[in-house]
Design a protein around this ligand. Structure first.
Ligand SMILES: CC(C)(COP(=O)(O)OP(=O)(O)OC[C@H]1O[C@@H](n2cnc3c(N)ncnc32)[C@H](O)[C@@H]1OP(=O)(O)O)[C@@H](O)C(=O)NCCC(=O)NCCS
Length: 144
């Protein structure tokens, strides 16, 4: 059974472990911990059979929010986990008065771009050379 709930401090070790496996410039455990403490952020954890398999988070500024993290561990992909997590994030965001979401995604990250499109995000621009390791453009996507 899949449970989507708010991220807790005791999740951070596993979250940082997943992050490190997936991203070339991962957020550290301390980075997540600091972010989690802020009252303008919201982080969710996906838990399946007691184990953390994914997480996502956003940072709010008035009625806008930036989605800062989305990840599902490799072996648990393709089961709708990211979609469920993000739908829950958007639902909770709406309760907080958020009406506009923005995010950046690597140009070549077809899976993530399709995921965001499915959730109603649209491409609004490109940031040339935004990413490092490897260098790549960022697509900026927005959902109003
Ligand atoms: C992107 C990511 C979070 C998707 O997680 P997931 O749990 O496998 O995604 P879901 O099963 O919820 O898929 C939901 C939708 O996303 C899209 N999608 C997901 N994986 C895809 C793939 N490999 N190819 C194309 N579309 C894909 C599809 O539209 C899918 O809907 P569908 O099944 O009806 O076609 C996951 O691949 C991941 O962690 N990638 C590495 C980290 C990353 O890129 N994070 C985003 C950084 S901006």
């Amino acid at each position: 059974m899949l449970e989507i709930r708010e991220m807790r401090p005791e999740d951070l070790e596993r979250v940082a472990e997943i992050e490190k496996k997936i991203f070339s410039m991962p957020w550290s455990r301390e980075g997540f911990a600091e972010s989690l403490e802020q009252d303008y952020t919201l982080y969710l954890t996906a838990v399946q059979d007691g184990g953390i398999i994914g997480y996502c988070g956003m940072s709010q500024a008035f009625e806008e929010a930036e989605i800062t993290n989305v990840a599902v561990e490799e072996k648990s992909r393709g089961q709708g986990t990211a979609e469920k997590m993000l739908r829950e994030l958007l639902r909770r965001g709406e309760e907080k008065g958020i009406s506009r979401y923005i995010l950046e995604v690597r140009f070549g990250n077809a899976a993530a771009r399709r995921l965001y499109e499915k959730l109603g995000f649209e491409d609004v621009g490109v940031r040339k050379g935004f990413y490092e390791r490897p260098a790549e453009d960022a697509v900026i996507m927005v959902k109003d």
